[in-house]
Design a protein around this ligand. Structure first.
Ligand code: HEC
Length: 189
């Protein structure tokens, strides 16, 4: 009888341990699952917010390109004049320094005027290839320190003969082929 009781007690103890461990596993799994969902929610900003950032890039891109053409047309008459390219590089640097937008003017020909003005990371390098293959724009959502940003690259073609005055090799570019790009990183919020 004693032995029987001992067996029953040990069995119940084993079952109790099994159930409590199982319960614990289960709740841990639940916690992990909800954490994963939370991370997923944070890692994908909503579509409307992404569209807003795309519109911001489009507006900025239009203003910048119109300005580069206008300055070249009205103010640049010989290759000693302050180039719209130089103005754009300076303007983008100043805009980027004081805000959480980052904007750069980069080369797509492999022969930049300034060695700094080149594609630096994978997004820009791959993006230039896509623009040269005919893409109108390339973009991607990234997350940095828990904040979402839209990265975008838009093409810069040889829009006027004057461009060739300083960038002689632009004369070799096919019609409409991008010789450069503007690279944007803008917040999504
Ligand atoms: C007066 C000379 C001049 C003219 C005209 C000119 N550029 Fe430039 N461009 C420059 C200089 C100088 C830089 C380098 C600016 C810097 O980094 O400060 C530059 C930089 C650039 C860059 C960045 C890549 C690189 O080569 O460093 C692009 C793209 C560019 N220019 C496109 C154009 C386009 C398009 C036109 C015509 C609308 C044009 N440029 C007209 C002198 C000129």
């Amino acid at each position: 009888m004693k032995r029987f009781l001992l067996v029953v007690c040990s069995a119940s103890f084993a079952i109790a341990v099994f159930l409590s461990t199982h319960q614990w596993d289960h709740s841990t799994a639940n916690a992990q699952e909800s954490k994963a969902q939370e991370t997923k929610a944070r890692s994908t900003p909503n579509k409307k917010a992404i569209e807003r950032s795309r519109r911001t890039v489009k507006t900025l891109d239009n203003i910048f390109k119109q300005t580069i053409v206008l300055v070249t047309d009205k103010y640049v008459n010989d290759d000693d004049d302050f180039a719209a390219g130089s103005a754009a590089v300076l303007l983008f640097k100043n805009v980027s320094d004081g805000s959480d937008n980052t904007i750069r003017l980069i080369d797509a020909t492999g022969d930049p005027y300034e060695s700094e003005n080149v594609a630096k990371d994978d997004f820009e390098k791959e993006g230039i290839k896509k623009l040269k293959a005919g893409a109108k724009t390339v973009d991607e959502v990234i997350t940095q320190d828990g904040k979402h940003y839209l990265r975008a690259l838009t093409p810069v073609p040889v829009v006027m003969d004057k461009c060739i005055m300083c960038h002689a090799h632009y004369a070799d570019a096919k019609k409409g082929e991008p010789i450069g790009a503007i690279s944007y990183t803008v917040p999504i919020d």
